[in-house]
Design a protein around this ligand. Structure first.
Ligand code: NDP
Ligand code: GDR
Length: 370
């Protein structure tokens, strides 16, 4: 039985990858951070009582900023594969916490690679590094492929640039099976609530149900190549199963404006919106019509731009070229954007039904400190 160790197991990708590897018969070990609240929501359905004989999913406390902890866990687990998904992954937040981001996202990768060396596991343990389309940053050429030059535009992307190259360097210097997956944006109902897609689908559900009036967004002109996280974790697995270690772009090859994602999400609840703006200071979107299930009056402003969500330096256009992964890995996405948006909006509508029912029955959800 193969053993995998996943950093970032409590995140969106960690949850889908855990499910995939358990299905494939792996014993999965994950590193979770100590938190003052439970932080394992996304993997609770996969949880196994540690008192059982040979549980297939085992969680270890740890952090990418702590070498001693990483070395100890890797020594104990002796993994065949490490998936380094742990990161401070929010681009905008990285401008507020640049040093922490460099430590976790950049040096964290070095710590894992060094742990493999220190423990003499160069020939046993394969490692996947969660690299990102943010490396391309300021557009040099499109579509972006494995040979397109990088030009990172945020502390997050700069930290990930270090992680990318240290992974390549340890592969070349020490013969470690170490690979970068350069993944373009991928989303799902498990996506963190502050990334733009999930922020939009949650707001659309709440607005349609009368639980929220409006959503404030930043740059609506940005373009992203959005795929489904379920498809993308499959690619991570495939990258570590090849004969020789290489880096791969994982993308759909289709790009969409943030403003069009907004319209698509509203369309899922039967609301058509019209853009009234002439620029960031103008009015946002208003409803032009809505169906009978979700009543939002025509003319209501449901989307507005708030410059507080702008980034000091933005990545305007991402569109990936997945030719290499399609030909060498045989990878092909099963979801398209329409299916992804549909699934995300439906999941959020479901989520907020409960809140709506409570509100309708006059129940006020009280803050526990009131
Ligand atoms: P999430 O933000 O959902 O998850 C990040 C995970 O990293 C969480 O489990 C988080 O723990 C953990 N983490 C954060 N800081 C540390 C730390 N210091 N030590 C250990 N663990 C830490 O990200 P995704 O699942 O979306 O992404 C997975 C990886 O892929 C990330 O590295 C991201 O940068 C990268 N990536 C993501 C893309 C995407 O579109 N989703 C595209 C390309 C790359 P906690 O739950 O406690 O916060
Ligand atoms: P990104 O994802 O920065 O591409 O990084 P995000 O969803 O945060 O932003 C996508 C684009 O939407 C614009 N935008 C907004 N973004 C957020 N978060 N909130 C808003 O209100 C908003 N309004 C407009 C952004 O400016 C941006 O252009 C994600 C992360 O998962 C990274 O970890 C990963 O490496 C990359 O995808 C690939």
């Amino acid at each position: 039985m193969k053993k995998a160790l996943i950093t970032g197991i409590t995140g969106q990708d960690g949850a889908y990858l855990t499910e995939l590897l358990l299905d494939k018969g792996y014993e999965v070990h994950g590193i979770k951070r100590r938190s003052s609240l439970f932080n394992t929501d996304r993997i609770d359905h996969l949880y196994q009582d540690p008192h059982e004989d040979h549980p297939k999913l085992v969680l270890h406390y740890g952090d990418l900023s702590d070498s001693t902890n990483l070395i100890r866990i890797i020594q104990q687990v002796q993994p065949d594969e490490i998936y380094n998904l742990g990161a401070m992954s929010h681009v905008k937040v990285s401008f507020d916490t640049p040093e922490y981001t460099a430590n976790a996202d950049g040096i964290g990768t070095l710590r894992l690679l060094e742990a493999i060396r220190i423990l003499g596991l160069e020939k046993k343990t394969r490692i996947y590094q969660a690299s990102t389309s943010e490396l391309y940053g300021l557009v040099q050429a499109v579509p972006q492929s494995e040979t397109t030059p990088f030009y990172p535009r945020s502390p997050y992307a700069v930290a990930k640039l270090y992680a990318y190259w240290i992974t390549v360097n340890y592969r070349e210097a020490y013969g470690i099976y170490a690979c970068n997956g350069i993944l373009f944006n991928h989303e799902s109902p498990l996506r963190g609530e502050t990334f733009v897609t999930r922020k939009i689908t949650r707001a659309v559900a709440k607005i349609a149900m009368g639980l929220q009036d409006k959503i404030y967004l930043g740059n609506l002109d940005a373009q992203r190549d959005w795929g489904h996280a379920k498809d993308y974790v499959e690619a991570m697995y495939l990258i570590l199963q090849q004969e020789t270690p290489e880096d791969f772009v994982i993308a759909t090859g289709v790009t969409t404006h943030v403003r069009d994602f907004v319209s698509m999400a509203f369309a899922e609840v039967g609301i058509t919106i019209e853009y009234k703006g002439q620029g960031v200071d103008e009015k946002g979107y208003v409803v032009s019509s809505s169906n009978s299930n979700f009543q939002v009056a025509a003319g209501t402003e449901v989307v507005a731009v708030d410059p507080k969500y702008f980034r000091p330096t933005e990545v305007e256009l991402l569109i990936g070229d997945p030719t290499k992964s399609m030909t060498k890995l045989g990878w092909k996405p099963k979801y398209d954007l329409k299916g992804l948006v549909s699934e995300m909006v439906a999941a959020d509508v479901d989520l907020f039904q409960r809140e709506k029912l409570l509100k309708e029955s006059g129940y006020k959800i009280k803050n526990q400190f009131e």
